[in-house]
Ligand binder design. Sequence first.
Ligand code: KG4
Ligand code: ZN
Length: 365
Amino acid sequence: MQLRILGIETSCDETAITILEANGDVGGATYRVLGNALLSQAHLHAEYGGVYPTLAKREHLRNLPILLDQTLAEAGVARGTGVDLIAVTRGPGLEPALWTGIEFAKKLGAEWQVPVVGIDHMEGHLVSALLEKLTADSFHLKACGLPLLALLISGGHTELVLMPRWHEYEYVGATRDDAVGEAFDKVARLLDLPYPGGPHLAALADKARKSEISSTASEIKFPRPMVHDNTCDFSFSGLKTAVLYKLRSMPRLTDNERAAIAAAFEDAATETIVIKSRRALRETHPATFVVGGGVSANTEIRRGLEVMLREEFPTVAVHYPDRALTGDNAIMIAAAAHLRAAAGLSDTDLTAQGARRLQQPPATH
Ligand code: KG4
Ligand code: ZN
């Protein structure tokens, strides 16, 4: 099924628009990015230490028309022509931010006489792990066996979801408090690193591991929360508090100690994710394991998961997103919309759902 899809993503602090030319279906899809524009507001939220919803909304409102013009120009597409479908993130995310994307999509759909569908942000992250880059502007969908187990780790979510059949989801585990990306960001803030702190913290931890600081790091050890309970659920708020107490006990922190704490935190987060993923893999016996979401960019977490999978689950195929697609983007939203359309599913409910969980499709056409 060939479709030209305009994808819109505004769930958090990235405004993104893409025009994707899609062919095929879940058995073998190919994608060409005709135009793509993305603007991060992270620097504006930095002073709040997190995303400030009203500011995010204002920035999305201002940037959407500008990014649309850029995307259309790059794609060589005139307004109102050459687009078959508009796909917009409906949730989960910050509701004021989601609404700006949805309202923008609805207006365009009415003006261009093109159908508009709502897409789940986490389904986008799942699909992104299966998009393999072919050239600078093209991807194909990797063949994957089902059931597929997805570890979705981002600033707002930490969950293990089983997909027994395409577009059908069963929850295996989720965080009971903070998301892992949120824990990275909060600990980074405690260490005076810029927002969003995840990548900065990872870089500092890497520095510690690559130098003799690592011997100091081995003396600092943080708890692996909830690893002894018999669920696949996570909890990261205690880990963040453990770092806070450690820092309070070390009032005059040297640079090396700071780096050692970053490494010890990252080790604890990684091992927790590995332990819970191992439990989920044992319980669900998937053919494929994918990791998606902003935190899937983390090298230590990838390394930890890879060792565990190679040693204990050698027959499970593992996929991570291309580095360009780990964070929020509109390509994954358009690709997810294509796979739904190709499967005969279309969800036209355009209500922002901040806390939405991946669901069975409500409508089949
Ligand atoms: O998926 P995403 O872009 O936005 C949400 O849907 O939340 O994820 C953003 C999160 C932030 O918490 C950011 O700090 C984290 O992903 N992140 C990382 C890394 N790169 C981004 N966390 C750890 N290590 C990284 N390399
Ligand atoms: Zn995301």
